[in-house]
Design a protein around this ligand. Structure first.
Ligand code: TYM
Length: 333
């Protein structure tokens, strides 16, 4: 059976972008694939995180994933730092990946900003750890949003170079799975920027924990333009904010943007936004209610995560040990 791996950073509350672009697509995979999902706290500290907040957000992210439909009985759900194979293999990949490859990563350029000299080295080698996350399970299918495409291409370059340098056929090729109209959900304040949990403006995103009033306020304030909605997709081309809202309504109601325009074309944003608010509230309220319930019993949640880590470790550790043997490390006897 194809093994699936994906991860999410606990660097804030999951957003509608995380949900529509990734998490929602993970849920049905539990029944069709051997599925492994990970809260990537090691990746989160590539930019400063307050320690207490990181711990809280890690548990909150795990609760969010379960509330969205991941079932720790049907998938392996765990915290990245609990399974040491990730960092062991990442070190080997630090030695395999080339500086030139990492220099091309657009996400590093974005996150490091102008002062690259001041960026943490962890941020620079971030994609090597991501390659290790996937390859220490020999996972081959990786469901992600569009922004992760370049990182997955790099993971394939690393796997290929490792196999070539050591004359083995050990790491498999990874297939990205980037799905649907919501593979790139954009900011509510600027239709050219992706919706992100780390955007300083909370108004730019819908969080999975937002209540009815907050969702209504954010959607009513969402940037639009003065034109009514068009009848056809071609009318959305130069209108990123309108295209984004149409895409969100389509994704959340499980239809195509064309159908949304068939219903709302010619109308102004007022009534459209009310429909969008109702659809979002109906979809997200059960998720946030379930999150609150799960977070009320942190002991039970932690026990599920411990079990997930045990299962993950059982797969990852032997694969990582084999990679270490290929490299020539003397085993501890
Ligand atoms: P992260 O935490 O930024 O996002 C988690 C998932 O959500 C998707 N996503 C979006 N999709 C659509 N529209 C958006 N606005 C949006 N924002 C985020 C992301 O594409 C991602 O699928 N590096 C990864 C975490 C990671 C990982 C891995 C993923 C670590 N190791 C191994 C896959 C495999 C990240 O920062 O995701």
């Amino acid at each position: 059976m194809t093994r699936v791996f994906s991860g999410i950073q606990p660097s804030g509350v999951p957003t509608l972008g995380n949900y529509l672009g990734a998490i929602r697509n993970w849920v049905p995979m539990q029944d069709t694939h051997e599925s492994i999902f990970c809260v990537v706290d090691l990746h989160a500290i590539t930019v400063w995180q307050d320690p207490k907040e990181l711990a809280r957000q890690t548990r909150e992210m795990a609760a969010a994933l379960i509330a969205c439909g991941l079932d720790p009985k049907r998938c392996t759900l765990f915290i990245q730092s609990h399974v040491h194979a990730h960092t062991r293999l990442a070190w080997i990949f630090n030695c395999v990946a080339r500086m030139g490859w990492l220099n091309r990563m657009t996400q590093f350029k974005d996150k490091a900003g102008k002062d690259r000299e001041a960026a943490g080295t962890g941020l620079y080698v971030y994609p090597n750890l991501m390659a290790a996350d996937i390859l220490t399970y020999h996972a081959t299918l990786v469901p992600v949003g569009d922004d992760q495409r370049q990182h997955l291409e790099l993971a394939n370059d690393i796997a290929e170079k490792f196999n070539h340098d050591y004359g083995v056929d050990f790491f498999p090729r990874i297939e990205p799975m980037i799905q649907g109209v919501a593979a790139r959900v954009m900011s509510l304040r600027d239709g050219t920027k992706k919706m992100s949990k780390s955007d300083p403006s909370d108004q730019s995103r819908i969080n999975l924990t937002d209540n009815h009033d907050t969702i209504a306020l954010k959607i009513r304030r969402a940037k639009t333009d003065p034109e009514p909605l068009p009848d056809h997709m071609s009318g959305l081309e130069a209108r990123p904010e309108a295209r984004n809202l149409v895409g969100i309504l389509a994704a959340i109601t499980g239809t195509m943007p064309e159908n949304v325009l068939r219903e709302h074309g010619g109308k102004g944003f007022g009534s459209f936004k009310e429909t969008l608010v109702e659809a979002l509230v109906a979809h997200l309220t059960p998720i946030s209610t379930e999150m609150t319930r799960l977070l009320d019993d942190p002991g039970a949640l932690d026990a599920q995560l411990r079990l997930g880590a045990d299962r993950a470790e059982a797969i990852a550790s032997p694969i990582c040990a084999k990679a270490e043997e290929i490299v020539g490390f003397l085993p501890r006897r």
